[in-house]
Design a protein around this ligand. Sequence first.
Ligand code: NAD
Length: 352
Amino acid sequence: MKPVRIGLVGCGHIVRFVHLQVLTRLSGVRLVALAEPDPERRRAAARRAPGAIAVATHEELLNIPEVEAVVICVPNALHAGVAIAALERRKHVYLEKPLAMNLDEGRAVLAAWRRAGVVGMIGFNYRFNKLYMAARHQLQAGRLGKLVMVRSVFSTATTPPGWKQFRESGGGVLLDLASHHVDLIRFLLQREVGEVFAEVQSQRSEDDSAALQLRLTDGLLVQSFFSMSAVEEDRFEVYGQAAKLTVDRHLSLDVRVTEPTLHSIRLKQIWRGLRILRHGPYLIQKLRAPGFEPSYLAAVARFAAAVRAGEHATPDLDDGYRSLATLEAAEESARFRRVVSLVTPLHAGLAP
Ligand SMILES: NC(=O)c1ccc[n+]([C@@H]2O[C@H](COP(=O)([O-])OP(=O)(O)OC[C@H]3O[C@@H](n4cnc5c(N)ncnc54)[C@H](O)[C@@H]3O)[C@@H](O)[C@H]2O)c1
């Protein structure tokens, strides 16, 4: 099998913990070049990627003919510019989330992608998490009956350094954490967001906490809380008339489906205690995974497979645009304290 020749753009925090391991561990992939302006980070990354050409900027990396695909991990404010430069050279693109800083930039990325006709994936890696895949399956099978309400929380405990502390440089909890959950809402429930009402607060850094109320296009209500100033938590609860589904990405090894009555809940607890033994292999996989999160590797593996096969792969850059549209609507809602509708061609990415 001919390996996919990848260039890694940006060698900061997440790359140190995740992407370098992913790209040097994954079979069928060869990390042929990396770009990082900070000399110390560049040297440290190069030591872990023997054989890769190390350069200072994305422009230099994109000029290396051997590079056929890029994984882009630069600060959010540079996403659109670097992605467009890569697409103009017809490189396949795996772009870390969010797609861009705003919808204007996002539309420019989509236009460049459509012109290039290459694989364009967005880094919503949690779609490849086993728990979210199982949850989607349960929801598709109608296990919960008619859905009543959805709640989600994604929060972290430590204030991130540098550019993530200011919205102007691409920081804030909406672009950082909420972008993932907004995508998961679409992925799990297979419905689009119709309306947004939001409040955004600055606790330890700018716009680091937010509460969103989303109404999906079929009327289903989703309430989400996001913070970079609270505890480590990543959780979804979907309430249906027949059962409730819970995914706790950090704490559980399986999707939990709770029946509606107390009697069945007690029986289920005993049964769960026994079943937990079955999940040993997933626990081991989690402990061994880059960043303790197997979905990072699975997402990049999907990208490489799509490049090799010359096929489309999701989540794609359109999915990135739809998530960004909801976040931009949330910012507008918070600013003017009103409900913002998303059912327009602009939000669907269809406007010129
Ligand atoms: N999918 C996830 O769960 C996840 C998690 C964390 C971060 N991310 C995303 O990864 C990206 C990077 O985040 P981070 O925390 O590592 O940030 P970071 O600031 O630590 O790293 C970014 C790196 O890019 C480098 N850089 C800047 N301009 C460059 C250029 N022109 N060419 C090459 N490199 C350049 C910077 O010097 C820096 O080392 C962000 O987009 C972030 O949203 C995704």
